[in-house]
Design a binder for this molecule. Structure first.
Ligand code: SF4
Length: 63
């Protein structure tokens, strides 16, 4: 089980995270990321890691 957080100060709304993992992330009204599922396991862990690696701003933290 890993915890998923998005740093709202860093997120600029590229949308890669919610395109890659829409079951974990969604967009707010201006396109910034919001976390739908704060703790993920199994298959979702790999999707969360994929999203983290593809965030150009380094805004996604997994712990
Ligand atoms: S990919 Fe990163 S910068 Fe883009 S919306 Fe997601 S968290 Fe924000």
């Amino acid at each position: 089980m890993i915890r998923v957080d998005v740093d709202a100060e860093r997120c600029v709304g590229h949308g890669r995270c919610y395109s890659l993992a829409p079951e974990i992330f969604d967009a707010d009204e201006v396109g910034h990321s919001i976390v739908l599922v704060g703790e993920v396991s199994g298959e979702r862990e790999a999707r969360a890691v994929d999203a983290q690696r593809n965030c150009p701003e380094g805004a996604i933290t997994l712990s």
